[in-house]
Design a protein around this ligand. Sequence first.
Ligand code: MTE
Ligand code: MO
Length: 199
Amino acid sequence: MGIISRGFGGRRRESSPDLPPGQYLTHDFPVLSAGPTPRIPLDRWQFSIITETGEKHTWNWDEFTALPADEFTVDIHCVTKWSKLGTTWKGVSLDTLMADVESAADYAMAHSFGGYTTNVPVEDLLDGKAWVAYEFDGEPLHPEHGGPARLLIPHLYFWKSAKWVNGLRMMPEDEPGFWEAAGYHMYGDPWSEQRYHGD
Ligand SMILES: Nc1nc2c(c(=O)[nH]1)N[C@H]1C(S)=C(S)[C@@H](COP(=O)(O)O)O[C@H]1N2
Ligand SMILES: [Mo]
């Protein structure tokens, strides 16, 4: 529930206790992409997890969408300061995808069609905290928002939620992904405003 407060000049600004520091509420769904939107036909889509020993687990679209999926409602927070509360998704949890993966690695690099990467600690992927999502608001995820499927890690800034995700590479040591190498924070907790390197 948003709380409406009226600022000087009568401009309405919304705030909410669910809003991390420095964020404002938005009701539309901005599109933020570092490059063009890749179009991936479902018969060429696949998702792979590659462990630190080189073992590879791969799902094609039919195998992936046959896995048990969750419907969940979460808040999302972009480092450019917009937040969107109560977004509803359907996707396969990383717990499900990692169930048969034998790995002792503490970090993972998410990889996307188009070349985007982002790093995340494995513990932030597990215990119901992250999904590979393929529906938004009851409809197939639009390509602009990462369809056919995107990573969703709502408790971290939204740049960690790799659109058009096609795999995870398990890493014993943390390594920066695309934005992290350009100065964004290695972890990205919105509640402690870990926006940039050094925050
Ligand atoms: N593959 C890919 N994933 C990405 C990005 C990107 O440029 N490429 N941008 C990130 C950033 S900075 C944000 S805020 C969100 C934006 O998601 P949206 O376009 O669905 O709002 O996607 C994240 N995932
Ligand atoms: Mo972002």
